[in-house]
Design a protein around this ligand. Structure first.
Ligand SMILES: Nc1ncnc2c1ncn2[C@@H]1O[C@H](COP(=O)(O)OP(=O)(O)OP(=O)(O)O)[C@@H](O)[C@H]1O
Length: 248
């Protein structure tokens, strides 16, 4: 059974078909990358998977359950985790607090009784366990607003992981990162033992991480296959005309 299954998904904005009969799966143990030129419909697809945008047709299944009409929180509760193109951090809170709040949200606890609940120490312990061995371990007490762009991206990923998802949707995790930070992010993603759908423009990162690649152009998946299949596919190269170096 696929961890995530999308079947014949359609989304229209007026006359524009932004997601045009898209079918794809994310299987256990795979990093399925979704690539495509600007405006191809990648964000529109992710937003439908998360429940932020209702599809006009088709079906989304999470762990075999139909979630096509399910709310965002219902999907999170079923194990859907995501990172965002635009930051979702609590700026005034430290790294440790950002993660603790994600742990707490998963536990469904009330913020006002945080100091009184028996499980308080457990929340901090889980936050520390999430941070242990990561590039942020020396930055646990730094506020999100004082982190570098690369550190913020790392923290966003850890916040998503603190919710203990079963599958991760990653929306451009490399965006805005320099060479060194990208390498760190690739290493961090490689260490995560979760199936992922990775939307990314950075082809070096896609080729380094993906076990399967699907190519979206004008809302349609025009090719899907291994890294080698996609690199050599003439239709894909044509879709990236002008940016062919990206596929080398
Ligand atoms: N809310 C909306 N209303 C109308 N059109 C929209 C809306 N959202 C997206 N679109 C259009 O749908 C198409 C797909 O956009 P989308 O943002 O999903 O592409 P993308 O592949 O994520 O692009 P990028 O790589 O630049 O982020 C574009 O033509 C866009 O202009």
């Amino acid at each position: 059974m696929s961890v995530l299954r999308v079947t014949h998904l359609v989304k229209r904005f007026g006359g524009l078909v932004a997601t045009d009969d898209v079918s794809l799966t994310v299987e256990a143990g795979e990093i399925h990358a979704l690539i495509g030129p600007n405006g191809a419909g990648k964000s529109t697809l992710i937003n439908q998977l998360c429940g932020e945008l209702a599809p006009d047709g088709g079906r989304v299944e999470l762990g075999g359950r139909d979630v096509t009409r399910a709310s965002v929180p219902a999907r999170v509760a079923l194990g859907l985790g995501r990172t965002f193109q635009v930051t979702s951090l609590l700026e005034e809170a430290t790294c440790r607090e950002n993660i603790a709040m994600a742990v707490q949200a998963r536990a469904g606890l009330n913020f006002r009784i945080w100091d009184r609940i028996a499980g308080r120490q457990g929340i901090w312990d889980q936050a520390d366990a999430t941070l242990a061995g990561t590039g942020l371990v020396a930055r646990v007490d730094v506020r999100a607003q004082d982190l570098s762009h690369g550190e913020r991206k790392q923290l966003e990923l850890l916040v998503a992981l603190a919710r203990k998802p079963r599958v991760l949707l990653l929306d451009e995790p490399m965006a805005g990162l320099g060479h060194v930070e990208s390498a760190q992010m690739i290493a961090q993603l490689r260490d995560i033992p979760l199936p992922m759908l990775l939307v990314e423009h950075d082809m070096a990162a896609v080729f380094a991480l993906a076990t399967r690649i699907s190519v979206l152009v004008y809302g349609r998946i025009i090719a899907s296959g291994s890294v080698e299949d996609i690199r050599e596919n003439p239709e894909v190269r044509a879709a990236y005309l002008g940016a062919e170096d990206a596929l080398c």
